[in-house]
Design a protein around this ligand. Structure first.
Ligand code: 3EB
Length: 335
């Protein structure tokens, strides 16, 4: 019966989703009836898409993660943050100059703008944050710049009345070779279910050995994506067990340890939601510190993670050589 094969056209996309695409596709989709709410563009700039100075290693590969929800968009600006809202989800971005004098203060101000944006668009709950900062491992006047970043971030969370413990958002923090401080975020009206990794100390409880203020993020988050679907956000994940970096100098062992940590976050997600996500379900982003390690990392990771994009970036501890993050969607509900 041919007629039965014709489905009603999808008039409005109900569920949150993310599509990996080229910059050309981003341009086309931005001009369509269902434009993205926002996106991350690595190494490319396009209308409505601020570029992050993060090279894509696989030439010609997708270089934009475009987030879609419903079509109706409200736009706004809060300080240095520009945001768009589809009525259920908001995506925002901020790019500020990094004067290199006081990254903690630059970060604090940037995050206060993020929180102002959340209030302005009425989506107080952060689902996912992406942080990019130049020379992340460099010394910033007696303290590593990532540690300065952590001071400013945590301070802004406190000042804005946001949780710096178990309610922290899923996130990543990567080092770029140029540009300023870049923050991207996805927010909603309802809080996601934060996830932790039992193999690791929660980052917000790291000891002072890792800096005067702890990083403010959870290992992942599980959220209602609408239309009976779940969204899983897996934070940047590296070769850390407890709170110690494992296997310094050994890219093979670091990659294997990172894959075990990712599996542990997936198990934590299954304890919170009805969907069982596998590594193969994740759209992964693999950050490689040294281009020369890409082949070794791919050799271990590519069979487990067929949908990965490989990028070159610095990781937030100088001994870490690889960091992997990802997201996935599946039918299901929070438990
Ligand atoms: C770690 O597990 C590795 O500061 O937002 C991973 C994910 C890392 C997020 C952040 C840092 C961040 O500590 C680094």
């Amino acid at each position: 019966m041919m007629a039965a094969m014709h489905m009603a056209p999808l008039l409005r996309q109900e569920a949150l989703t993310c599509i990996r695409m080229s910059a050309a596709e981003w341009r086309a989709r931005s001009a369509s009836a269902l434009p993205p709410i926002g996106g991350l563009g690595w190494g490319v700039a396009a209308p409505g898409l601020a570029s992050l100075d993060v090279p894509v290693l696989s030439a010609g590969g997708p270089c934009v993660d475009a987030w879609f929800g419903a079509a109706a968009l409200r736009r706004g600006r809060s300080g240095d943050v520009q945001w768009q809202d589809d009525g259920r989800w908001a995506f925002g971005h901020l790019d500020v100059a990094d004067a290199e004098t006081d990254l903690a203060e630059t970060t604090r101000r940037a995050y206060l703008d993020v929180f102002a944006a959340l209030r302005a668009c009425g989506r107080p709950q952060l689902l996912r944050l992406w942080n990019y900062l130049p020379r992340i491992n460099a010394d910033g006047g007696g303290l590593e710049r990532y540690r300065q970043f952590n001071i400013g971030r945590q301070q802004a969370f406190i000042e804005a009345g946001h949780d710096i413990g178990a309610g922290s958002p899923a996130a990543c923090a990567l080092g770029t070779s140029g540009g300023g401080l870049g923050i991207r975020f996805l927010a909603s009206a309802t809080a996601p279910r934060p996830l932790e990794n039992p193999r690791q100390v929660s980052a917000y409880r790291y000891s002072a050995a890792h800096g005067p203020r702890s990083p403010t993020f959870s290992r992942g988050a599980l959220a209602d994506a609408g239309a009976g679907r779940l969204a899983l956000f897996v934070s940047g994940t590296a070769s850390i067990v407890g709170e110690r970096s494992m296997h310094p100098g050994d890219v093979h062992a670091q990659t294997a340890e990172t894959l075990m940590n990712l599996q542990a976050v997936l198990a934590a997600a299954h304890a919170q939601g009805s969907a069982a996500f596998t590594l193969a379900d994740l759209s992964c982003t693999v950050y490689v510190r040294h281009r020369t390690d890409e082949a070794a990392i791919r050799a271990l990771a590519s069979s487990a993670m067929p949908h990965a994009v490989y990028l070159q970036a610095d990781i937030c501890r100088s001994e870490l050589l690889v960091e992997i993050e990802g997201h996935a969607f599946a039918p299901g509900a929070l438990k």
